[in-house]
Structures are given as C-alpha cells and as structure tokens.
Ligand binder design. Sequence first.
Ligand SMILES: [Zn+2]
Length: 277
Amino acid sequence: MRSYLLNYKQQLEVIKGLSIDKDTQARIDCPFCNGRNTLSIDTSDNKISWYCFHASCSAKGRQQGQKDIHYVQKVFHGNKDLHIEDKDFVMPDSFQSIYSNKKAMNWLSNNNCWESWSWGRADFKYDVKQDRVVFLIKNNITHKIVGAVGRALNKKDFPKWYMYGNKDVPFKCGVCDDAVIVEDCPSACAVSNILTGISIMGTSIKDSHLDHIRPYKNLYVCLDRDATVKSYTIAKELRSSGFDNVIVKPLEDDLKYYNTEQIRRMFYESKDDRETL
Ligand SMILES: [Zn+2]
C-alpha cells in the first residue's frame, strides 16, 4: 500500500476535492487506502488536517490557511482564554511520534486516552530522552501549544509526572457544555466523549486556572479516589470565587479506568443505575 501513497501535494488535492465544510471534525472513509472510517479530518481553525488510522496507510498532512478576519477577531477581542501565559513553547527534539513507542501507545490505550486522540481532542508524543508519554497542553482558543506533561513509563522514574514549559494552563480535553475537574491528563481524556475534561495536574486549583474553567454549565469536581477530601476543598474555593455551578462527585475509582459508556452513566443516569456499575 505504502508504495502507492501520494505525496503531500497530491494528498492535499484529493482532500480538498472532498469539499469538507469549514469547522468540521469527522471520521470518513479513506480515499487513499479505502479503509472504512479510518480517515480523521479536521477543518477547524482555518486549517485542513488529515490522518489515516489504517495500519498500512500513511496518509497524513496538514495545511494552515490564511489567517482570516474571523480568526483575528476571535484572537484579539474579548477572549478570556487568551493570556500572557501564551509564551512560545519550544517542543524538545526528544518528542517523537507516539507511534515510535509501543509501551507509550499501550499505556494510552490502557488509560482510555486513545479515543480522544482519534477525534483530535488531544495530542500525544513520546519523549525518547525521558521515556515518557507526553500530553501536549494547548490554549484551547489559539490551539497553540503552551506546554506539556509527561508520564513516566518506567516505575522507577521520578517524578511520575513531569511538567515541560508552562505550568499555569490546565490540560483541557473536549468541548462539552458540562466540565469535570480531574487530577491527571488521562482522566481528562477518558471523560472527553461525555464531558469536557480539565486536568489541574495535581489536587489544587491555581488562580491562573480560574479563567479556563469558567464557561461551563455544570462544573463537576472529581479528583482521584484517594483525594475526595481535596475535591470538597476545591469546590469550596471555587464557590468562594463566584462559581455557583460546582458539584463534587466522589468516585469509586479514578476516571481514567472507566470507558465512555460507564462515564455517561455515572454522570447522566439516576443513582440506581450508577450503582450497578
Ligand atoms: Zn488510509
């Protein structure tokens, strides 16, 4: 299959020929390998990017469009998520494609992260220098990468979580009306089909997080099981900062160990159903 693959320019022509609407994120049949539903395509933020998940197809690419007036307005007017926090983050050379390390891929799959990636909500790398699976932190308006968080793949490595670059922007995953504040990035990814996951990378809220957790309808606080008391502390802090939509949700296990259906039931079905989990 690979030898027939078109070059970037040719692929781009084919992709443009599909006439995908603006601001679309979708999975479609791959025009290069004919794989069923294997091509992920994203035309949001004035770009076109595509990626085929078929094992024997290497179709992928990205083209950034001209920054139109719409984009400029979005960036410069009244956008709370845009901050001076947005210093340039230079991605280390040691960050490689997540595909380059099987252990990293397995880890993501075991922690229910994979789907968020296939839908383009999260971006992962493998840090070959530190042997870590890396979650890129983006400013969710500019889509600029402002930092990264790496999880050690080797039990002996310390710290378990390592923060690269910016430490003030939470890792966010998903675009749902309700959001849930969680401890770590995989939990934020795991919930993202159902709720927007916001990882504060620890158990305390910083002032710099507040603007990033404002626009939601219901705001759940759902730290890992061993930090339930902290969840209540955070809820109290948020309420005193003016949030009137905070709900603490004690857990029986960390969110990253639940699949989408279990998470949906946990948050959106009656208590009785929940107990049958
Ligand atoms: Zn393909």
